[in-house]
Design a protein around this ligand. Sequence first.
Ligand SMILES: [Fe+2]
Ligand SMILES: [Fe+2]
Length: 204
Amino acid sequence: MEKNSSNRNNKYYYDIVKHMVHILEERDSYTMHHSRRVAKTSLFVAQSFGLSAMQCKRVYLAADAHDIGKIGIPDCILNKRGSLTEEEWVIMKRHPELGARILMKSPSMERIAEIVRCHHERYDGTGYPSGLAELQIPLEARIIAVCDSIDAMQSKRAYRDSLPDEMCRYEIDKNSGLMYDPQVVDFVLENWEKIRQELKTTVS
Ligand SMILES: [Fe+2]
Ligand SMILES: [Fe+2]
């Protein structure tokens, strides 16, 4: 009985998180469907990597909520056309921490919050917010980082077109071992067409 009510609470909480992602998408046209595409692609990579069912579920939920902290970023920064100033970047870079804090409000989301906190860490230790490196970064976050970048490069922005496919592949490969886990990159490059299909078929 108690387990049922805790499952129900988890579901309610996750529904609230989903609503927050929708609110964010209304404010920021770039994130429209971005979270869902990253979630679907990350799940595909996680499953093919042989992650456990629990880890796959965490990958999906964390990827769906990965940018939720942007809800706390002012519109003038979130929707700015063109590049951000140094000060604006400092504010923008708070979104992984903010997102983790929102998710931590539910004890059942602690692991997911940690993955969200780490989605901009880099494999070489120069990412944010904590400068974690290599295996210090949860595998789920290392998978999301690659899928997030692919979708960002393949999305049309107000100030630039989407990047051509070859350029996108080149950027991912170039950053193997720097931004991204080389094993995740190898898998993604080997399965490039399948991953592009996952991105294309995710509308909502
Ligand atoms: Fe992000
Ligand atoms: Fe993102």
